[in-house]
Design a protein around this ligand. Structure first.
Ligand code: FAD
Length: 411
């Protein structure tokens, strides 16, 4: 006998928590199945203001406010002595002017605990291993508990929020390679004991480290900081044999990194992640929808992952609610195309970052304040505001601006 539910959510990350909270809020029954025991480590610590809207509507914002995470008001891009500081309060689109920088283990635990407190059952340490869909779009999901026992759940609809687990794309062979070059990240949390001797010690820094290589500095409210380096494989191969040597080599290889992090204790040994960009051309199907990282994750450079997880799971759950209440849903237009519009805007920015176009723009002399505000809105996650030329015609606007800057600099 299988347990019955209106909606089964796979995964208890931000996408899963928001989806579950939304479904519950609208009076349908929902259950979450999560492979890990929480708190669990996951990378993705710098949020974007746009994600606050979904958290608020899902009724999860106050639970996060209560945790005292480091507030994030902008981000600073640095290359040598050049600085481009984006302040989210000074942006083109109307919306949130701040968000948080969070340790995801605590953030995700706070979200799912609030979801449980609202009355949603969550099965931790339970891994989805199989799904059978029927003609009427219902399904039976099989999941395995830690002790090896099996759980069967019948659902009218499944929201796949399994992140890097990519449950439905893997089970049904939907994965497609991304058009982005594979890259690698080496990172750790460190005790940021010299933080206060640097200006604006709690500001996130994205540091152009070497051509095609950059680092993140994400200070947390407990005094620790997330420090990571991202580049192609060759860059790291030249820094040492394993991620510990490579992490140390990256710190020692730069004046700023050396002065702030050379002698600080590490909270955990450096870890690595690589080749994270995967996609699928099907964001929904009969009886299921994919959300968050399962749709597509591009690149860490602009911290867009949790924002997309929040926006996609919020929208997907509203559409699932409409569908289960008997309405027709145009998934292509109202879901896939909408999410793609945002992803494609960020894709143009990611490509422009790695091919050097954005460096030319960010570090140009006397940047135009109107253009800076428009770019700031994209970096805050407002990638659906088509009044913004850097959203409406993202690729053209970036290339055109870089060309104009090049011409002006020759005068
Ligand atoms: P997740 O947070 O991955 O949650 C998915 C959950 O599903 C997990 O808890 C997992 O255990 C569970 N699961 C998986 N398989 C199964 C299964 N078979 N059965 C049951 N449960 C399952 N994003 C940002 O916003 N800011 C950043 O600064 C940032 N930095 C990044 C740096 C790097 C190097 C990388 C690679 C990514 C970064 N990201 C960042 C992206 C971020 O990690 C993800 O976009 C984000 O975690 C997606 O959230 P999610 O809810 O979709 O998935």
């Amino acid at each position: 006998m299988s347990d019955k539910v209106d909606v089964l959510v796979i995964g208890a990350g931000p996408a899963g928590s928001i989806a579950a909270a939304m479904i519950h809020k609208h009076g349908l029954s929902v259950r979450v199945v999560e492979r890990e025991r929480f708190p669990r480590f996951v990378i993705g610590e710098s949020l974007l203001p746009k994600c606050m809207e979904a958290l608020e509507d899902a009724g999860l914002l106050d639970a996060i406010k209560a945790r005292g995470f480091q507030e994030k008001f902008g981000a600073k891009f640095i290359m040598d002595d050049l600085v481009m500081d984006f302040n989210f309060a000074d942006q083109f689109s109307s919306g949130w002017g701040w968000t948080w920088q969070v340790e995801r283990a605590d953030f995700d635990l706070a979200l799912i605990t609030e979801v449980q407190r609202k009355g949603v059952p969550v099965d931790f340490e339970t891994t989805v291993t199989g799904i059978q869909f029927f003609d009427d779009e219902t399904s039976v999901t099989t999941a395995e508990r830690k002790d090896g026992s099996l759980l069967e759940i019948s659902a009218r609809f499944i929201i796949d929020a399994s992140g890097y687990g990519r449950v439905i794309p893997r089970l049904f062979d939907l994965d497609k390679p991304s058009n982005l070059v594979p890259r690698k990240a080496v990172f750790a949390h460190v005790q940021d004991i010299h933080r206060d001797t640097f200006g604006e010690p709690n500001r996130i820094i994205i540091h152009s480290y070497a051509p095609g290589a950059w680092s993140w500095v994400i200070p947390f409210s407990n005094g620790n900081t997330s420090l990571g380096f991202v580049s192609n494989y060759e860059f790291f191969d030249g820094k040492g044999e394993d991620q510990t040597q490579q992490f140390r080599g990256c710190i020692e290889g730069d004046k700023y990194m050396r002065s702030r992090f050379s002698d600080v204790p590490w909270v955990f040994e450096p870890r690595k992640l690589e080749a994270w960009s995967t996609t699928t051309d099907k964001f929904y199907g009969n009886g299921y929808v994919l959300t968050g990282n399962v749709t597509e994750f591009l690149d860490p450079i602009f911290s867009s992952g949790v924002m997309f997880a929040s926006v996609s799971s919020h929208l997907a759950s509203l559409l699932v609610i409409r569908k289960l209440k008997g309405e027709q849903v145009d998934w292509d237009n109202n879901y896939t195309n909408f999410i793609r519009q945002g992803v494609d805007t960020f894709r143009s920015f990611v490509i422009a970052w790695y091919d050097g176009t954005l460096e030319k723009i960010f570090y140009s002399e006397n940047p135009n304040p109107v253009i800076k505000r428009q770019i700031c809105s994209v970096l805050a996650g407002y990638v659906w505001d088509d009044k913004n030329p850097f959203v409406r015609a993202h690729d053209k606007a970036l290339k055109g601006l870089a060309k104009l800057i090049a011409v002006q600099s020759q005068k």
